[in-house]
Ligand binder design. Structure first.
Ligand code: KIV
Length: 261
């Protein structure tokens, strides 16, 4: 059965935790969907983990839509969330609506946008476009924050809490909380009726999200503290291609079973 935003509301009401994972192509979307992951995010992390940009800022709407279409072709049941990239909802409400419509036409069921923008969330929801909010360390604000730093410490906690309540009141169906102290993640979750989806926000949120490449061990270099690697696929890929190259060099591949008479 396809997952809808109403299922998320029910899970929240029943305190049933769930997972969201990022997806960027049809093949992995199919695997994640078949594995029962209920929510897939075509995140603008695409910029870094797939396209090799240093931040999420350079990825364009067209690049995001190209990958959103692929994910929509691969997934059958998951609720699909398209991440509005930097610059596509900043200039005007009408830009934001046009760009969010493009995501829904690409097969997404909802969009996500970063920051405290209740007026925009309510403008989009009035058009029938479900919106997921995103607060805390919102990576599109990396230069304003002066780096990837934990947000919501000390006096900032009240500001993040109020922003989350504003987004819920504006109609957001869920709110991502990124890199905030665990106590704040739990406090915001208590204060909201809609699910909170944490990434570096501690165990007290209603759901958790990870970037697929981080959880599979496909990203290079040191990972943020909140990342747990559930596989070491980077190493597995290297081992597999080295084995292939070695067998080619030795003449062991292709063997008799791999050839046509
Ligand atoms: O782009 C992304 O992958 C995200 C998640 C980290 C929430 O926004």
């Amino acid at each position: 059965m396809p997952v809808t935003i109403h299922d998320l509301r029910e899970w929240r009401a029943r305190d049933e935790r769930f997972a969201m994972v990022t997806a960027y192509d049809a093949g992995t979307a199919r695997i994640l969907d078949d594995a029962g992951i209920p929510v897939l995010l075509v995140g603008d992390s695409l910029a870094q983990v797939v396209l090799g940009y240093p931040t999420t800022l350079p990825v364009t709407l067209d690049e995001m839509l190209h990958h959103a279409r692929a994910v929509a072709r691969g997934a059958k049941n998951a609720l699909l969330v398209g991440d509005l990239p930097f610059g596509t909802y900043h200039a005007s409400e009408s830009d934001a609506i046009t760009n969010a419509v493009a995501f829904l036409q690409a097969g997404m069921h909802s969009v996500k946008l970063e920051g405290h923008r209740p007026a925009l969330v309510s403008a989009l929801t009035r058009q029938g476009i479900p919106v997921m909010g995103h607060l805390g360390l919102t990576p599109q604000h990396v230069h304003a924050f002066g780096g990837y730093r934990v947000q919501g410490r000390g006096d900032q906690a009240e500001t993040v809490l109020r922003a989350a309540v504003d987004l819920q009141e504006a109609g957001a169906f869920a709110v991502v909380l990124e890199c905030v102290p665990a106590a704040l993640g739990a406090r915001i979750t208590e204060a909201l009726d809609v699910p909170t989806i944490g990434i570096g926000a501690g165990p007290g949120t209603s759901a958790q999200v990870l970037v697929l490449h981080d959880l599979l061990g496909l990203t290079a270099g040191p990972a943020p503290r909140f990342v747990k690697r559930y596989a070491d696929m980077g190493a597995d890929i290297a081992t597999a291609v080295q084995a292939f190259a070695k067998e080619v060099a030795e003449g062991a591949y292709p063997a008799a079973g791999h050839v046509y008479d």
